[in-house]
Design a protein. Structure first.
Ligand code: C2E
Ligand code: MG
Ligand code: MG
Ligand code: MG
Length: 280
């Protein structure tokens, strides 16, 4: 896999390419150390149902707190973890931590809360994944229906032969599967029809143009219609304004995630922000 570092990001001079490679290798070593030293943590962003009080799910979002104290967002290290294969070990930690935290939230009174976990290609093409997930769920006492795996549409369309059987197995076990960043990944509708998914997540780039951008408005309405006809739930991500929320509700989107209603939070912050009295 090491050779792919040379071919990725081919623009720039040889010296630039070399320093990019050196940075990548340094980060790989740092990520390896981060796993051992427990430098990763999860932030949970709420997903709301029909009203802003009813939190139906949380999305687990990984962060890396480096020894100096600065927190690195996933877009800056997940690609390196993917290329080096470290994502598989990181992903195992994410699933364990997320299920452990969910069990704690359930005990604290968030009884029917679901956790959404992001998965990258190398994690998901592992045929042992369903068995590994079941072992974690059992160890934590979490029901499979409370775990939803988010896959990007691009991943599913690129490696359907490897991905779809794993999706089928997970659905049979009772887990949910969601297509993340929907609309960005050149989906083939004929293939989509065959995917055993439970929900679609409208990519933030379409939500951001609502309600004024006519193209975005048309795309979002089309995805909502598609979801309705295919009996899939549709989640809007990246909702930042009241006008966006209003538009989404008007066109039947009931699952909302975004900074307007809640930023990613640690478990204690989540509990403090949503005291028991506002739950069902
Ligand atoms: P994603 O799965 O599409 O997650 C949504 C991202 O949008 C998150 O960024 C979230 O903080 C951000 N977001 C949510 N609402 C808003 C909003 O209203 N405005 C804006 N500007 N942003 C919003 P984050 O946490 O930086 O994660 C970025 C990506 O990193 C994720 O995109 C996901 O693809 C990946 N990722 C995060 N955690 C994991 C993980 O545990 N494993 C893997 N494989 N990938 C992960
Ligand atoms: Mg996601
Ligand atoms: Mg997304
Ligand atoms: Mg994304």
């Amino acid at each position: 896999n090491g050779l792919s570092f040379f071919s990725s990001g081919t623009s720039g001079t040889l010296a630039e390419q070399r320093s990019a490679l050196a940075r990548q290798l340094t980060m790989e070593a740092e990520l390896q150390r981060a796993l051992v030293n427990h430098e990763f943590f999860l932030a949970y962003q709420p997903v709301f149902g029909r009203d802003a009080e009813h939190m139906v799910a949380v999305e687990a979002l990984i962060r890396w707190r480096r020894p100096g104290g600065d927190v690195v967002p996933p877009d800056l290290f997940i690609p390196v973890a993917e290329q080096s294969g470290l994502i598989v070990q990181i992903g195992r930690w994410v699933v364990k931590q997320a299920c452990h935290d969910l069990a704690q939230l359930h005990r604290a009174g968030f009884t029917d809360l679901q956790v959404n976990v992001n998965m990258a290609a190398p994690e998901f093409v592992n045929p042992n994944l369903p068995g590994e997930l079941m072992a974690v769920l059992q160890a934590c006492g979490v029901a499979p229906r409370h775990l939803c795996l988010e896959l990007t549409e691009g991943l599913v369309m690129k490696q359907p032969d490897k991905v779809i059987p794993v999706m089928v197995a997970l659905r049979q076990l009772g887990c949910k599967v969601s297509l993340d960043d929907f609309g960005m990944g050149h989906s083939s509708l004929s293939r989509m029809k065959m995917l055993p998914i439970s929900s679609l997540k409208i990519d933030r780039s379409f939500v951001s143009g609502l309600p004024d951008d006519r193209g975005d408005a048309a795309i979002v309405r089309t995805i909502l219609d598609l979801g309705r006809h295919m009996k899939l739930q549709v989640i809007a991500e990246g909702v930042e304004t009241d006008a966006q929320l209003l538009f989404l509700r008007q066109f039947g989107c009931t699952l909302i995630q975004g900074f307007l209603l809640g930023r990613p939070k640690t478990v204690p912050e989540l509990m403090a922000a949503h005291p028991q009295t506002t739950r069902d």
